[in-house]
Design a protein around this ligand. Structure first.
Ligand code: GUN
Ligand code: FE
Length: 428
């Protein structure tokens, strides 16, 4: 049973995809880790709950990072004048290979965890590496800091470096089962496994069939990459010649959201048939705009995904992206949507700040259930923003203005406190 409490401050959350709800000097109630709602005046039934008064600070729901590579934090910023496949071969695979060494993994993951802990993100969907024990170490450490996370041991049995790639489909599958069995023994409170075939070029047909059996046996969600880069897409077409598009190359193995909740990162070049398949199977888009800029992948058609009611959340995609904060992903999502509208398709109106805030809170949070809002019944994740440092002696900004500035400046030193599932996080 968790402590019950009330937070007081300027409450901001999404009333809908396009509108904010702001309650100045309002209250949010946490009962046993669940929000009981946001109020202008505190209902009498909560009078005996402890009230924590955050004064003039902003109180927002926690942010969800739908796509982040924990082992890539250690080289972010490198290789940023390459495209995807060269960048993977030159920087990413050699770095991930180093995580086989537990000492290296422990030290490097410590840096990732510190940054995550001090960020406004409260939920993360994470790629680890292909190694079982280092992945369990990451899961143990995430549990310690209370970050609710889905973590994947990566599957990859072709087209990588011999020191990272798994030696066969059989080995990759049996290691995945071993990892899932060890994970179950841990009885984590906040950490969940997610099946993680890296992407089609990394996984043989034989491995994909075995992963489908694992998905059926263990009933877990799945994450991967989709239609990120044009060279990659052409390669997928060669590797799975009878596929009509990249999504179909997953679908052929039953691994495109048919039976399990599924996240696909990027979806920059998805065409209408791929989008229709995503819609049919409720596949989530992890929109990673900063990565798409850095690796010159392109601009994902987010307005169109939203119009088609395909679920969308935001991802940092470290180290394609260099910034961990989902505030930064909100800003980049808005920025690239403006270029798309101006340069590509004048029917696709740019995202608004309200919409980007929705995507970074409820949009991605939905993958975890009722997450990303203070409405009654949502899991209680909250971030307290002290924006006094970025409000140089001024009192003419509205709460809405102040939230926009917190988003745009994306400064981690405005993060004053953080609650996840009704527990205060120890900021390091
Ligand atoms: N596709 C396959 N692996 C990766 C990765 O590590 N990062 C990105 N951005 N795309 C990928
Ligand atoms: Fe990625």
């Amino acid at each position: 049973v968790k402590k019950n409490f009330v937070l007081k401050g300027n409450v901001c959350y999404s009333a809908s995809r396009t509108e904010l709800k702001i309650i100045e000097k309002g209250f949010v109630v946490s009962e046993n880790g669940i929000s009981k709602g946001a109020f202008e005046t505190l209902p009498a039934q909560y009078n005996d709950f402890e009230v924590i008064d955050y004064g003039d600070n902003l109180i927002i729901p926690g942010l969800t990072d739908l796509h982040v590579h924990a082992p890539q934090f250690s080289f972010r910023g490198l290789g940023m004048d390459m495209e995807l496949l060269d960048w993977l071969n030159t920087y990413t695979f050699p770095e991930e290979a180093k995580y086989k060494d537990m000492e290296y993994a422990k030290n490097s993951y410590a840096e990732f965890l510190k940054a995550l802990n001090n960020s406004p993100n409260t939920r993360s969907v994470i790629f680890a590496t292909a190694h079982v024990e280092p992945t369990l170490l990451l899961m143990d450490e995430l549990e310690k800091i209370g970050q609710v996370s889905m973590v994947g041991k990566v599957n990859m049995d072709r087209n990588s470096h011999s020191d990272l790639q798994e030696k066969s489909a059989e080995f990759s599958a049996s290691e995945t089962r071993r990892w899932l069995d060890l994970t179950a023994e841990k009885n984590y409170e906040n950490i969940y496994p997610i099946l993680t075939p890296r992407f089609i070029p990394s996984c043989t047909d034989e491995l994909m069939h075995k992963l489908k059996e694992i998905e059926t046996d263990y009933k877990i969600p799945l994450q991967s990459h989709l239609s990120e880069n044009q060279g990659e897409i052409a390669w997928v077409k060669e590797l799975v010649p009878n596929s009509v598009n990249y999504g179909d190359a997953y679908d052929k193995f039953g691994l495109f959201g048919q039976d399990s909740p599924t996240i696909m990162a990027h979806c920059v070049w998805s065409d209408d048939t791929e989008k229709a398949l995503m819609k049919k199977n409720n596949v989530f888009v992890a929109h990673c705009p900063q990565s798409n800029i850095n690796l010159a992948s392109g601009i994902a058609p987010i307005r169109d995904f939203l119009n088609k009611n395909i679920p969308v959340g935001l991802g940092s995609d470290i180290a394609g992206g260099v910034h961990m904060s989902i505030f930064r992903a909100m800003v980049d999502a808005i920025s690239v949507s403006k270029l798309y509208w101006r340069l590509v398709d004048s029917d696709c109106k740019p995202l608004t700040v309200e919409e980007a805030f929705y995507l970074g809170t409820i949009g991605g949070g939905k993958f975890f259930g009722n997450v990303g809002s203070f409405e009654d019944g949502y899991e209680f994740d909250a971030v307290i923003l002290d924006d006094s440092k970025i409000l140089p002696g001024r009192n003419d900004f509205s709460v809405t203005d102040r939230l926009a500035r917190c988003i745009y400046l994306a400064a981690d030193d405005t993060i004053h406190a953080k609650y996840i599932r009704g527990k205060e996080v120890n900021m390091i």
